[in-house]
Design a protein around this ligand. Structure first.
Ligand SMILES: N[C@@H](CCC(=O)N[C@@H](CS)C(=O)NCC(=O)O)C(=O)O
Length: 215
């Protein structure tokens, strides 16, 4: 039997991406919760650091192989279980999908990660209003560009009518933006595509509120 365990946290957007990818590919997995806040953050525990010295979720244990970095995990899943591809195999679209996914996962998400926000508060003594302005600024910078690109590339989903890695990255980032009160009215295409994706079972099942550790 295939042993697949996803270490994560219900609200983590990087873990959310991996849940969506696993669900789209119809792969079973168990979940282990790593609470990012309780006990000073369980990602910093000795036990978790053995799995990922970077102290970040997700980690996917796949038959004993410990994988970190959501995009690398999804790449691994795409190579290993290729019948539901999330990145086109070749051609211009392959690079477009990768680039747009990275626009979100590499250029937007890390700036607003928990440890960055904690550093702003705890070490730089930035107040809540300034922290919120920081958060919203980096989302707006990324979303303005993405809105332009998606207005050209979209069909029902971000790139045409096939679900791709861009959709897998967009939905968790939109969840984060809503959670932090970002005004989304300037991004009608992002909202529209996210609404379409919200009807897809793999996305519904991966939603933070449907995870066993959701509170
Ligand atoms: N580039 C990494 C980012 C992972 C990441 O930032 N995970 C966040 C949750 S979304 C985390 O574990 N944060 C814990 C912390 O900041 O202490 C990936 O895509 O997997």
């Amino acid at each position: 039997m295939h042993d697949r365990i996803l270490y994560g946290y219900w609200r983590s957007s990087a873990v959310y991406r991996v849940r969506i990818a696993l669900n789209l590919k119809g792969l079973d997995y168990q979940q282990r919760s790593v609470h990012l806040v309780n006990n000073g953050g369980e990602q910093h525990s000795t036990e978790f650091k053995r799995l990922n010295p970077n102290q970040l979720v997700p980690v996917l244990m796949d038959n004993g192989l410990a994988l970190n970095q959501s995009l690398a995990i999804i790449d691994y899943l795409d190579e290993t279980y290729s019948d539901v591809p999330l990145v086109p195999k070749s051609g211009e679209l392959r690079y477009l999908v990768k680039a747009m996914a990275q626009d979100i996962a590499v250029d937007v998400h890390p700036l607003n990660n928990l440890r960055v926000l904690q550093y702003l508060s705890n070490e730089l003594h930035v107040d809540e209003d300034a922290k919120s302005a920081w958060y919203k600024h980096w989302i707006a910078t990324g979303f303005e560009a993405l809105e332009q690109r998606i207005s050209v590339t979209r069909g029902q989903y971000c790139v045409g009518n096939e679900i791709s890695l861009v959709d897998v990255c967009l939905v968790p980032q939109m969840y984060n933006a809503q959670r932090f009160g970002v005004d989304l009215t300037s991004y009608p295409n992002l909202v529209d595509v996210t609404t379409s994706l919200g009807k897809v079972r793999a996305f519904i099942q991966a939603a933070p509120e449907h995870q066993p550790d959701a509170v």
